[in-house]
Every structure is written in structure tokens, then in C-alpha cells.
Design a protein around this ligand. Structure first.
Ligand code: FES
Length: 157
């Protein structure tokens, strides 16, 4: 798991300044902020809007349009569950509902103990072995709720 810096407006302003010369700078800036802090803090929105001379709504729209950007820090572990068609055909909708219920969270949410964030992905290239997932970036095929629980117990230790 990468270690992230705590949110800092001056640090964010510096990162934004490094990217303003780029064409279509909003996305590179958002990626750089997320790589640094682990998420895009709401405080970054006015900084980006001012630096690029665009509206706050435009920046906010960009953050919410792309699934990869987080607006809150992630848990210590990340589970990405594939919601695309082939996995759906293998019963992923029901499985995901079971997993979210067991973890007590929602899509893009983090468990109460801060250990695990659950996010959707759309095809991991494991279609023949679905339902598929990534746990901390490691692919998991033929996912079951019990198998995920066992994997999470292992990685939490
Ligand atoms: S549809 Fe889930 S891995 Fe391709």
C-alpha cells in the first residue's frame, strides 16, 4: 500500500502550479493530487479553479465524472469488484450485495474500522474466470464472499 501525505493546501497549490502549463491540465492535476494525498480533498477544488481560471463546478464535475478519483481518504486496503457484463453473467450483482452487506459499506465506501474501501471496476480481463476482483491490486478469480472475507482477514494482519 502506498503511503500518502496528509492533505496540505500549500502542498496542493505547489502540485497544481507544476501542471498549469499542460493542455487539459485538470486531469493531470487531479491524478497528481490523488497520487500524493490518496484522494482529492474538497479544498483542492477552489485552488484548481483559480489556477486554471475555470469554475468550481467544472472541476467538481471532472472529479465526479471519473470513477478513479476519491473525495475521501481510502481505507488501508482496496477491493475493486468487477461490475461488467461477463462477471454479471456469473452472478456478481448478488455477490456484491452480499459482500457490501458483510463489510457494512456501500460502493466507494470504507469499512467502519478504516481497513477496507470497496470500489467498482469495469472488466479486469478475467472474464472467463469471473466473478473477478482486485484486492490491493492483486487479481482474484472465481470470487466468493467467503474467499474475499478470508483474503481480507489475511491482508489485515
Ligand atoms: S467482465 Fe469482469 S473481468 Fe471482464
Amino acid at each position: 500500500m502506498p503511503r500518502f501525505e496528509p492533505w496540505s493546501a500549500p502542498r496542493a497549490a505547489g502540485i497544481i502550479a507544476e501542471h498549469t502549463h499542460l493542455e487539459g491540465a485538470t486531469l493531470p492535476i487531479l491524478h497528481a493530487l490523488q497520487e500524493t494525498f490518496g484522494y482529492v480533498d474538497a479544498g483542492a477544488v477552489p485552488l484548481i479553479a483559480d489556477a486554471l481560471n475555470v469554475s468550481r463546478a467544472e472541476v467538481h464535475g471532472c472529479i465526479t465524472f471519473y470513477h478513479d478519483f476519491r473525495s475521501a481518504p481510502a481505507g488501508r486496503h482496496t477491493v475493486k469488484l468487477c461490475r461488467a457484463e461477463a462477471c454479471q453473467a456469473m452472478g456478481s450483482d448478488k455477490l456484491h450485495a452480499d459482500i457490501l452487506r458483510r463489510l457494512g459499506t456501500e460502493w466507494h465506501g470504507t469499512t467502519a474500522d478504516g481497513s477496507c474501501t470497496v470500489e467498482p471496476v469495469y472488466c479486469l480481463g478475467l472474464c472467463a474466470n469471473g466473478p473477478a476482483a482486485l484486492v490491493d491490486g492483486e487479481p482474484v478469480a472465481h470470487l466468493t464472499a467467503d474467499a474475499l472475507e478470508a483474503t481480507l482477514t489475511e491482508v489485515r494482519q
